[in-house]
Ligand binder design. Structure first.
Ligand SMILES: [Zn+2]
Ligand SMILES: [Zn+2]
Length: 121
């Protein structure tokens, strides 16, 4: 049996969420750019790649769904800066994506619970 010199990727653990404000402006800018690319992506491949790069920028695990989001509260609410898996239970959509774009605005589960602003339909 061969000796393993590298840890299998499946055994590496990354945090599942990050706080935007803990990164410097250069890193935030890189993350923003990848999220803009994901927002504007016109096919699955470029969407997934942009999401993977965004997650890697903050050193967090990319969820199976490839969807991460920055809490809408950072700009429109309590200032929460959580970057999280978009498909966590309790996530609330505060605004649908603009026409031609992919990303809705989302609140993280804690904010959605405490002061959710779900879109009205
Ligand atoms: Zn939040
Ligand atoms: Zn909030």
């Amino acid at each position: 049996m061969a000796v393993r010199t590298r840890v299998p990727i499946a055994l590496l653990t990354f945090p599942v969420a990050a706080h935007y404000s803990t990164f410097n402006r250069a890193v935030q800018g890189t993350f923003d750019k990848h999220m803009e690319d994901a927002d504007a992506a016109t096919n699955d491949g470029s969407y997934y790649m942009a999401m993977i790069r965004a997650a890697q920028t903050f050193g967090i695990a990319i969820p199976a769904t490839y969807d991460i989001a920055l809490c809408d509260c950072l700009n429109n609410g309590c200032g929460c800066d959580l970057v999280f898996d978009s498909h966590l239970p309790g996530v609330v959509v505060t605004a649908n994506a603009d026409p031609g774009f992919n990303l809705s605005r989302l609140q993280c589960p804690d904010c959605a619970h405490d002061h959710g602003r779900p879109i009205e339909d």
